[in-house]
Design a binder for this molecule. Structure first.
Ligand code: AMP
Length: 246
C-alpha cells in the first residue's frame, strides 16, 4: 500500500514525498480513506503510530475548498498539551505547504494579542488546548458555529488531566452537523461514553497492531514560557508564503 492508493490529491502526495515518507503506517492506511469520505472515526492509537498524519493529511484535502470567516474556524483540533498542539501545527506546515490553508494555535505561553489577530483574519484550522480555547471563547474572540471537522486527540490523556468537563463544554458549542474524529491510546469506559455521545456511526480503527513507523517519534520537549520558534514564525507579521495571507 502506497500513499497514492489512499485517495489523496497530488499536492498533498508531493508534500508527503518531500517529507521523506513512502509507506503509510497501518493507522494512516485505515484512517485516511475513512476521513476523506466524511465518516466519524474512533482511532485507538498511541503517539508514535503516525496517527497525526492520519488525520492531518485528509483534513488538508477536505479543507482545501472554501474559506474561513473572521473568528469562525472551519475545523478544531483539541490537544491535551501545548507540545502536542505544536507538533500538530508542524504537520500542517509540512503537509499543507502546497495548499493555501491558514491556521492558528491557541496554547498557553503565547501572547493573546497575536492569537486574536490571527483569529480575526479567519483560520481554516484551529489547534488548541481546552483551557485556552474556552478562555478565548468566553472573551468573545472565537465562535465555533462554522466548525465542520472536530478532532479530539489523546482523549485518555485529556481524561487523566481533568479536561473532560472542558471538552464537553466545547463540543456543546459546535453544531452537531460535523465530522468528529476521536483518538485515544486506550479506551476506558469514560472515553467510550464520550465517543458514543459525540460521534455518529463512527468507524473504529486500531493503530498499534502494525507497530510504529520507521522513523522514531520526536522526544517530548520541555514546557517553557517562551513560545516555540514555529509559533513566532506562524504569528509573525510577515508570514511565510506557505501561510495564506488573510
Ligand atoms: P505520531 O504518531 O503522529 O506522533 O508520529 C510519530 C512519528 O512518525 C513522527 O515523527 C512522524 O513524523 C513519523 N511518521 C509519520 N508518518 C510516517 C510514515 N508514513 N512513515 C514513517 N514515519 C512516519
Amino acid at each position: 500500500m502506497n500513499f497514492s492508493d489512499l485517495g489523496l490529491k497530488p499536492e498533498i502526495l508531493r508534500a508527503v514525498e518531500d517529507a521523506g515518507y513512502t509507506i503509510p503506517t497501518p493507522i494512516q492506511t485505515q484512517a485516511i480513506p475513512i476521513v476523506l469520505k466524511g465518516s466519524d472515526v474512533v482511532g485507538i492509537a498511541q503517539t508514535g503510530t503516525g496517527k497525526t498524519a492520519g488525520f492531518t493529511l485528509p483534513m488538508i484535502q477536505l479543507l482545501s475548498q472554501g474559506r474561513a470567516r473572521a473568528r469562525m474556524p472551519r475545523s478544531l483540533i483539541l490537544e491535551p498539551t501545548r507540545e502536542l498542539a505544536t507538533q500538530v501545527a508542524q504537520n500542517f506546515e509540512t503537509y499543507g505547504k502546497h495548499e493555501r490553508l491558514s491556521y492558528a494555535l491557541l496554547i498557553g505561553g503565547t501572547s493573546f494579542d497575536e492569537q486574536i489577530r490571527k483569529l480575526d483574519r479567519g483560520v481554516d484550522v484551529l489547534i488548541a488546548t481546552p483551557g485556552r480555547m474556552l478562555d478565548l471563547f468566553e472573551r468573545g474572540k472565537v465562535l465555533l458555529a462554522d466548525v465542520r471537522i472536530l478532532v479530539i486527540d489523546e482523549a485518555d490523556r485529556m481524561l487523566d488531566m481533568g479536561f473532560i468537563p472542558d471538552i464537553e463544554r466545547i463540543v456543546s458549542l459546535i453544531p452537531p452537523q460535523r465530522q468528529t474524529l476521536l483518538f485515544s491510546a486506550t479506551m476506558p469506559p469514560e472515553i467510550r461514553r464520550l465517543a458514543t455521545a459525540f460521534l455518529t456511526d463512527p468507524e473504529e480503527i486500531a493503530g498499534a497492531r502494525g507497530g510504529p513507523p520507521s522513523a522514531p517519534p520526536p522526544q517530548p520537549q520541555e514546557s517553557t514560557d517562551a513560545p516555540p520558534a514555529l509559533l513566532s514564525a506562524m504569528f509573525s507579521p510577515h508570514p511565510t508564503p506557505k501561510i495564506r495571507p488573510a
